[in-house]
Design a protein around this ligand. Sequence first.
Ligand SMILES: [Zn+2]
Length: 127
Amino acid sequence: MAEPQLVYSSKINKIRSFALILVFAGIGLMYIGLILKKIEWLMLTFFILGIISVVLSTVVYFWIGMLSTKTIAIICPTCEKPTKMLGRVDACMHCKQPLTLDKELEGKEFDEKYNSRKYKRELKKNQ
Ligand SMILES: [Zn+2]
């Protein structure tokens, strides 16, 4: 089996598309419920599931709003468009160029692990 190719996209974009999928899933589930309206309990189940996923997407959108206040606006050095960064390493929203705020990580191969708590803890231990 071939290794899955890692296409890194900006975290905010990733979360946003997840929220969008949830909205469509919710609408889809409610639509299925509508088709199955002859079976009352099944219709209700699909409706409740649909509402849950729509509510969840609202929560996710709210969360993006919260996260956006913590991002750092920068100009991407590669495509020279303004982008937002979240965490120590992130990717440009436009050209997917990996970006870092940490001088220590400059020039290193891009890895999402640099954002994890575990990595930070290990870094402290080694110092
Ligand atoms: Zn860029």
